[in-house]
Each structure stands twice: as C-alpha cells, then as structure tokens.
Design a protein. Structure first.
Length: 254
C-alpha cells in the first residue's frame, strides 16, 4: 500500500514528472495549443536533464549527505544499542539465497562493524515487508548472522513500512527494554529525517551515517554535463528524502 509520502515522491521523481509533462505536451499539441506543447516539452527536457548530470545530482544530494558525514567506530561513542534501519534489501531473490542486497547494503556492514568494535551489545533491526513477503528485518538478520553475530544479540522489529513507523515501533521496543542511547545506522541522505524522528521518541541518538552516494572523484571518462542513469538515480533518492522530510515536517511528525 502506497503512503501519501511515497505517492508524492513517485509523482515528483524526474522520470515520472518528465513523462507526465511529455504526456501533457502531446495532449496540448493534439488540441492545437502548440505554444503550450512546446513549453511542456522544454520543461520535460529540463526536468530529465538537470538531475541526470553531475552538477544536478550533487546540488540535490550534497545538502543531505554533507550534514551527516561518515565516522569510524573509534570516533563514535558507546551506546546501549545499534539501530539498523531497513532499506538495504530488495527482498528475497527468486534464484538466490536470502536477501538480495541493494545499493544501501553498506548499512548492514557498518552495523556489524560497530558491533564487533564493541560499541553496543545489541543490534535492533527495523523493517517490515508486504504481506506476501518476509519482513526485511528477518532477511537482514540472516545477513548479520552470516557475519557471525549471534541471533540472541539481535532484536527484530518486523511491522514498520515507513521511516515514521521505524521510529515509533523501534522506539517503543527500545524504551521497553531500557535502552536509551542508540547508534542510528542508515544512509547519509536518509539520516536527517531518521534522526529527527527517533529523537522525537525521546531517545538519545547518535548518527552513524553510511552509504554515502556522492563520489569523491568524478568519472574521468564521462563529463559532468553528460546525463547518466546513475546520476538520475542519485537525484531521485535525494528528491525522495526532501519530499519525505517536508511531508513529515508539515504533518507535525517531526
């Protein structure tokens, strides 16, 4: 089921918005409004081109990732628990074993690194799934167990579908267990929204951001002005976070 936030994000993603504008251009041309048709076509081009360039993707992502850079385990304090947010798996693969990890798989590895560095004795994994699918928390728990983290050190929150649900449901579990200070592990771009929501639950939260998307070095073979799929995908992720933060802020959830 799509939430209002996710539906709004889908509508303003560059690809979706660009196609909607092109559809409007075709319709406008069909009814004889050629000026409007050309205008909508130009807007569609800009909506698709700008986020697909290096400059466009950095303009959208930099303000999110820049405020939450990565820290090594040695630079982070000890806490009562590590909280690993879902979003690192596409679900079970049809011909694979367990979770098909995606671009956010850094979250799993960093949570494990923090655990083995002795930063907290417990990892709480927060992430549900569709009715016909296993909860993401279960799938990520399997990955952590494969890294030799004992199952008894894992707490699973398996009902959440949104970042807001993550904070409320995981927050309740943490407080019931007497765990007050957490290291919150999620993607750098996702941290602004997640941090605010978990702090709203009355927890002491230390950001442990990972999965930063902006490359340190530009591709030497593809100029920054050339549109690419990876740059468009990076911009889409950033737009999702901007929309999510705005929606939660304006609904009083932050």
């Amino acid at each position: 089921m799509l939430t209002a936030t996710k539906l709004l994000s889908l509508l303003v993603y560059p690809l979706s918005l660009g196609l909607l504008l092109l559809l409007g251009a075709v319709f406008s041309g069909a009814i004889g409004r050629r000026g409007l048709s050309w205008l909508l076509t130009l807007l569609a081009f800009l909506v698709l081109y700008f986020p697909s360039t290096e400059f466009g993707s950095e303009a959208l992502m930099q303000p999110l990732e820049g405020r939450h850079p990565a820290f090594s385990p040695e630079e982070l304090p000890a806490a009562d628990a590590i909280v690993l947010l879902g979003g690192a798996s596409n679900g079970p693969a049809r011909f694979g074993r367990g979770a098909d990890l995606n671009d956010a798989a850094d979250r799993v590895m960093f949570a494990a690194e923090l655990y083995f560095s002795g930063k907290a004795p417990i990892i709480l994994i927060s992430g549900g799934g569709a009715e016909s699918m296993p909860a993401e928390a279960e799938l990520l728990a399997q990955q952590l167990q494969a890294l030799q983290i004992p199952r008894k050190q894992l707490l699973l929150e398996t009902q959440s579908r949104t970042t807001f649900d993550n904070a409320v449901m995981a927050g309740e579990m943490l407080k019931n267990a007497g765990l007050k200070h957490i290291l919150l592990v999620t993607s750098g771009a996702h941290m602004r929204r997640s941090l605010a929501l978990f702090e709203k639950q009355g927890l002491q939260v230390t950001a442990a951001a990972t999965d930063h998307q902006i490359p340190q070095f530009s591709d030497p073979y593809i100029p920054g002005w050339v549109p690419t799929f990876s740059r468009l995908a990076r911009s889409s992720r950033a737009i999702h976070e901007w929309v999510g933060y705005w929606a939660y802020d304006n609904s009083g959830k932050l």
